[in-house]
Design a protein around this ligand. Structure first.
Ligand SMILES: NC(=O)c1ccc[n+]([C@@H]2O[C@H](COP(=O)([O-])OP(=O)(O)OC[C@H]3O[C@@H](n4cnc5c(N)ncnc54)[C@H](O)[C@@H]3O)[C@@H](O)[C@H]2O)c1
Length: 259
């Protein structure tokens, strides 16, 4: 049987693109999202495009322990194995620190960090139980390596993700399970980036329509990060070719971050 990938946050945008790319690469895909309707739509389009049984949608709140446990049970009952967990769920709330609401800071930690911890814990148990030398890959951000103005909650949570990845890698090495974070540059066309444009325009004191070009100019390779760039790295680190790599935070930033 083909390998099984679980994509948390797979209901839209980057997560949905990764589900499609994984199905294309031969994985069966558990598409999990807070928005269960979106998860089911993504799964059903994969079943139409590839073959029935390729994918199934699941509703989950990754920040809720009971919900994540229920997801792990349902995925195991459906697919009987898990080879790859991709944690793509994320949320970005921007405001200057002087006005940053505690609720938004806590929500950033919950979705970007706690959800990663809970899903990694539950799906690692399945990999260990089934004797699978699996892969856990977190979708992180360059804001997990460099502070980000007006993004204290997001950046703090993504930095936390790097420590969690390294610690998971140490805990899971004895089982042959490897763990990585992918540190993305700005996905300029994504709804997440687009939603932050008004705040970025205010922060930089420029017009909203100038924001994208300012962000592109910061990138040595002179373009924003694309979903395909992320998929390319994901497929490599999920593969046997990367079996000697673990605990890494891999930059996909066009050279904007080099450490
Ligand atoms: N968009 C960017 O410019 C950018 C840049 C760097 C890194 N990233 C990272 O890439 C990842 C995907 O970003 P995106 O732009 O596709 O975001 P998005 O907001 O379009 O998608 C995030 C998905 O996560 C789901 N989600 C949110 N809370 C959840 C929860 N509690 N439980 C389960 N699912 C939940 C949402 O329903 C949504 O489908 C995130 O981790 C983000 O931090 C994005």
């Amino acid at each position: 049987m083909s390998d099984v990938a679980v994509v948390v946050g797979g209901g839209q945008t980057l997560g949905a693109f990764l589900c499609e790319g994984l199905a294309e690469a031969g994985y069966r895909v558990a598409v999990a999202d807070l928005n269960g309707e979106n998860a089911s739509k993504v799964a059903s389009s994969l079943n139409d495009k590839y073959k029935t049984g390729t994918a199934k949608g699941f509703q989950v709140d990754a920040t809720c322990e009971e919900s994540v446990k229920a997801l792990a049970t349902s995925v195991a009952a459906t697919f009987h194995q898990v080879n790859l967990l991709v944690y793509s769920a994320g949320i970005a709330k921007a405001a200057p620190i002087t006005h940053f609401p505690l609720n938004d800071f806590e929500l950033s930690l919950q979705v970007n960090l706690i959800g990663y911890f809970l899903t990694a814990r539950e799906f690692a148990q399945i990999m260990i139980r089934e004797g699978i030398k699996g892969r856990i890959i977190q979708i992180n951000s360059k804001s997990g390596k460099m502070g980000s103005k007006h993004n204290t909650g997001y950046s703090a949570a993504k930095f936390g993700g790097v420590g969690l990845t390294q610690s998971l890698a140490l805990d899971l090495a004895e089982y042959g399970i490897t763990v990585h974070s992918l540190m993305l540059g700005n996905l300029l066309k994504s709804p997440m980036f687009q939603s932050l444009i008004p705040q970025y325009a205010e922060k930089l004191k420029i017009k909203p329509e100038e924001v994208e070009s300012v962000y592109t100019a910061k990138v040595p390779l002179n373009r924003g990060c694309e979903y395909q760039d992320v998929l390319n790295a994901l497929l490599f680190y999920a593969s046997d070719k990367a079996s000697y790599c673990t605990g890494q935070s891999i930059n996909i930033t066009g050279g904007q971050v080099m450490f």
